[in-house]
Every structure is written in structure tokens, then in C-alpha cells.
Design a protein around this ligand. Structure first.
Ligand code: F6P
Length: 320
């Protein structure tokens, strides 16, 4: 019986458990043994190999987080650590590895591929920061969570005629802020992919208040600056009725949306099929709504970034 190992790595994302379930169920049908590795790449080095139980895996379809646990393990960037991991995987008779995670995790998977270990990547992160894919498992759920938060924030902003700066995670990508900002009716979306002019933003806010607009929501991607820094800068520009919120890790939790569950199921099942076909060295991606396998180097290349900046044009900055 072939042995296929799976791990979840980096920041957890809603739907990771659904990927695990899909892998497990497809593998069971194909008589492939699934070996779970707890706590991501670190778990290989610590030899945290576990077997999965059908009941636990299937019950987890609606659960946020990851039943395999995750970790940050920056040391995995070093080749000697990667080689040690491969040696352990070989000692455990592992025939292939599926890495479920975001960009950093797929970089780890790419490194194992370069060192000739059969690896397949499944994109799962709220950040949607893997350049070659239109979506990652967890992104849609996180967008939904943030939009709920924005709608609630608008209520209180309206009551007090206030401006709110809402800081959103996303690592180096502004895609989460962009989608949530558009869907949540943000008046401004500040992301690393575009430059923002504070004076211009402040002038527009003042103008809108003069015209009796009651609220202003500014969605800010974390890597541009912090919510408190942006708030301070806008205060310096004369915007005094202003508050700040950092949503932090909240959008990483919660039950995955149906959209994330469907893609998670497709990715999980396809990953096992790629293993059976001995097609390794690629990250599964969504392109034009189709599941495709993209070689790691290409999947991670900056120039293949599929962020849709035309969405920023939909963000009507206070026109009444
Ligand atoms: O990758 C997911 C993410 O939540 C990013 O959006 C954020 O920059 C980072 O993880 C936070 O990392 P940590 O979980 O280590 O605090």
C-alpha cells in the first residue's frame, strides 16, 4: 500500500479540514494510506506522524482551524533542514507529500521538489497570496467574516458620524482587503499594490461630511502601515472623529463557506489523483474557474499574480 503524507502549514485557514477530509476519503477509495503530520514542516522534524480516523476527519468538514495543527517554522528555509526532513520522510516510507498552506508553505513544498522529494501543493490561506491561483481555500470565508464586521462598523460609524480605519491581515498581499473592502462598501481601500495619498483621502472625507455623509470606512491592508499609524496621519490632516480597529486573526477562524468547501473538496481529491498519477512538483490552482496544476516555480512567480486591481475602480470614494 502506498503511503501519502499530508500536513497543514503556516497560518490556518477555514477549509483546511475540508481538504484533509477530501484527501482522506479519496485515498480510502483508492487504497492509499494517509499519514497525517502534525504541526506542519516542524512536525516532520519532530516525527509527529499520526494516523487519521474516518469519523474525526468526516466530522471536521464544518470545523475551522486544522485538525492536524499548524506552526510557523522559518528554519525550514535552510537546505540542511529540508534534507533532514526528506531523510525522515524516506525512513517513514512516505511515497509523497501534500502540503496544504499559503505562499510560505508552498515555497517549502517547492524546496522539497527541488531536492527531489515528490510533493504536491494545495493552496489554503486567507491571504490569497499564491500568484498563479485566483482563489485559495479560506479566502472566501475570511472575506465574508470581514464584510460582516464592516457592516456592523458602518452602523456605529453612522450613529456617531465617524471615520473608521479597519486593518485587515493578508501578509504582503492586499487582495483580502480589496475583496472585503469592495463587498463591504468601503470608501477607501489602502493596499500595498497601490499608492495612497493621505491628503487626498482626508480632503475627500471632509468634503463628504460637508455633504452630510455620516460615515467613512477605510479598509487598510496590514503591510501598508498599522491602523494606528494611518489614524494618526489622518488626524494630522484634520480628521478628528476617527476610530481604529484591527480585525487581526479573527477572519482565520470559523466554519468554512460553501465556496471554500467545494474548492477544498476538489483540491483534496485532485491532489490524491496527482499522487496516483505520479505527477509531482506542482501547486494546484484555480484559473478561469478550472482546477489546474502549476509547477511550483511558476505558481509562486510574482509576475503571475492574479490580483484584480480593476476592483479598486468599484470602490466609489464618497460621492454624495
Ligand atoms: O498567513 C495568514 C496570516 O494571518 C497573515 O495574514 C498574517 O500576516 C500572518 O498570518 C500572521 O501570522 P501569525 O499567525 O504568525 O501571527
Amino acid at each position: 500500500m502506498k503511503r501519502l503524507a499530508i500536513l497543514t502549514s503556516g497560518g490556518d485557514a477555514p477549509g483546511m479540514n475540508t481538504v484533509i477530509r477530501a484527501i482522506f476519503n479519496k485515498a480510502s477509495r483508492e487504497a492509499v494510506e494517509i499519514v497525517g503530520i502534525q504541526y506542519g514542516f516542524l512536525g516532520i522534524l519532530c516525527k509527529n506522524f499520526v494516523s487519521l480516523e474516518a469519523e474525526k476527519v468526516n466530522d471536521a468538514i464544518a470545523a475551522g482551524g486544522t485538525i492536524l495543527y499548524s506552526s510557523r517554522f522559518p528554519e525550514f528555509i535552510e537546505e540542511n533542514v529540508q534534507l533532514e526532513a526528506i531523510q525522515i520522510l524516506r525512513e517513514e516510507n512516505i511515497d509523497g507529500l501534500i502540503v496544504i498552506g499559503g505562499k510560505g508553505s508552498q515555497e517549502g513544498a517547492a524546496a522539497l521538489t527541488r531536492l527531489d522529494f515528490p510533493t504536491i501543493g494545495v493552496p489554503a490561506t486567507i491571504d490569497n497570496d499564491i500568484p498563479a491561483t485566483e482563489t485559495t481555500v479560506g479566502f472566501d470565508t475570511a472575506v465574508n467574516t470581514i464584510v460582516t464586521a464592516l457592516d456592523k462598523t458602518r452602523d456605529t460609524a453612522n450613529s456617531h458620524v465617524r471615520t473608521f480605519v479597519i486593518e485587515i491581515k493578508g501578509r504582503r498581499s492586499g487582495d483580502l482587503a480589496l475583496w472585503a473592502g469592495v463587498a463591504g462598501g468601503a470608501d477607501f481601500i489602502v493596499i500595498p499594490e497601490q499608492t495612497a495619498n493621505m491628503t487626498q483621502i482626508a480632503d475627500k472625507i471632509k468634503h463628504s461630511i460637508e455633504r452630510k455623509k455620516k460615515h467613512c470606512l477605510i479598509v487598510l491592508a496590514e503591510k501598508v502601515m498599522s491602523a494606528s499609524e494611518l489614524t494618526t496621519r489622518l488626524k494630522e490632516e484634520g480628521i478628528l472623529h476617527i476610530r481604529q480597529i484591527a480585525l487581526g486573526h479573527v477572519p482565520r477562524g470559523g466554519t468554512p463557506s460553501p465556496f471554500d468547501r467545494v474548492w477544498a473538496s476538489k483540491f483534496g481529491s485532485a491532489a490524491v489523483q496527482f499522487f496516483l498519477n505520479e505527477q509531482f512538483g506542482c501547486c494546484l490552482c484555480v484559473q478561469q474557474n478550472q482546477l489546474v496544476a502549476v509547477p511550483f516555480e511558476e505558481a509562486l512567480a510574482k509576475q503571475n499574480n492574479r490580483i484584480d486591481l480593476s476592483l479598486t475602480l468599484l470602490n466609489a470614494s464618497i460621492s454624495y
